[in-house]
Design a protein around this ligand. Structure first.
Ligand code: HEM
Length: 254
């Protein structure tokens, strides 16, 4: 995970979150080299596949998940992909098996299993496999020259968009240096009070690690801290709220 001070609204692509091309290739290799040959419904379909088929499908997925346009640049893009399914008369049983085994391969290859990634990944697999079946139906006329799809997180369920039940609780964290009563307080102390998860939760409104943003919204923040409604998982102890109030009283120094 990114630990930089980059703005919290920088949402990673599914490609980045998956672990890039090498992770996707690990998955497609497992799928085509281990699971497909052992499956009676799928093995005959792929008996003649090119030796670089795992690379080709990994490249398609990389591009679809927001990575480099690898399948378009190396292998022929959308038209090539569609032409490979046309006329194959794939059955629902074959589709469901393909989907089940690629998901198993993803787990085995170590792709992320967090709820957000899994939801996005599985939704693409459901969508993509159903289109493959549709395109493969005898007589089907799939539209040509379309762009390669760009898949995204589902329903704004992006990494960090919710407070995890396993998130670090306020009291469980490494103790934050609370400045003594006579010690001057600056924004370094304030920033240290906000966890990464707090920052992500509020990123739709402002950045809790930005001096400018916190200064501008200081009154609203202090109100919510005092009311115990922020952070939303567990209120701050009063000594922490006091540090924030002392910082405001000192003129919100940087
Ligand atoms: C999200 C779902 C799918 C993706 C991303 C996908 C991707 C691809 C790609 C990129 C190719 C062309 C590779 C090339 O450049 O030669 C291909 C070919 C093919 N796909 Fe799919 N596919 C999907 C679903 C399915 C399903 C459900 C089946 C069958 C159950 C299937 C069967 C095949 C077959 C038989 C080929 C041709 C293999 C060969 O070269 O002999 N695909 N697929």
């Amino acid at each position: 995970m990114d630990t930089s001070d980059a703005p919290a609204s920088d949402v990673p692509t599914l490609y980045e979150w998956a672990g890039g091309y090498s992770a996707l290739l690990r998955m497609t290799r497992l799928f085509y080299e281990k699971y497909v040959p052992a499956d009676p419904l799928l093995a005959p379909l792929f008996a003649e596949m090119a030796p670089d088929h795992p690379e080709r499908v990994a490249s398609w997925l990389a591009e679809t998940f927001g990575g480099p346009k690898r399948y378009t640049e190396r292998y022929g893009g959308y038209d090539r992909m569609v032409s490979q399914h046309v006329g194959k008369a794939l059955t629902e049983e074959q589709r469901a098996t393909w989907a089940r085994l690629i998901i198993r391969s993803a787990d085995e290859a170590g792709l992320p299993t967090d709820p957000e990634f899994k939801a996005a990944f599985v939704s693409y697999i459901e969508w993509g496999t159903r289109i493959a079946v549709e395109n493969s139906t005898p007589g089907a006329t799939p539209p040509m020259h379309m762009p390669v799809p760009r898949w995204w997180w589902v329903c704004d369920a992006t990494p960090g968009s919710r407070v995890s039940a396993l998130a670090t609780k306020v009291g469980d964290e490494a103790p934050t240096q609370v400045p003594g009563p006579d010690e001057p307080i600056d924004f370094t102390h304030i920033k240290a009070l906000f966890r990464r998860t707090d920052r992500q939760s509020m990123s739709f409104a402002f950045d809790l690690w930005s001096h400018d943003d916190v200064s501008r919204h200081a009154d609203a923040i202090v109100q919510r801290l005092e009311a115990g409604t922020m952070p939303c998982d567990e209120p701050w102890p009063p000594e922490r709220v006091d540090v924030f109030k002392r910082w405001i009283a000192a003129g919100k120094p940087d």
